[in-house]
Design a protein around this ligand. Sequence first.
Ligand SMILES: [Zn+2]
Length: 83
Amino acid sequence: MPVYDYRVHPEHEGCAFCKDGFEMMRLLADPPLEYCPECHAPIIKIITAPALGRSKSMLDDRAKAAGFHKLTRVDQGAFEKLY
Ligand SMILES: [Zn+2]
């Protein structure tokens, strides 16, 4: 049975139950939970990405940034040879 993390919508204060987030076990057949069961404030589902995936995308960004700088330097080198 999947357990989902929810917390109150950022634009709402929520109550003691939902302001810091809560876990709710849901049946797949259940309709999506949209309101706090305690205070009925709108809630959002928290998508928790695995830490491994997050660090990988950070590495990708860093590699992309490094590649960009490298390309820029090559371009500058080519210009120096041309003129
Ligand atoms: Zn609440």
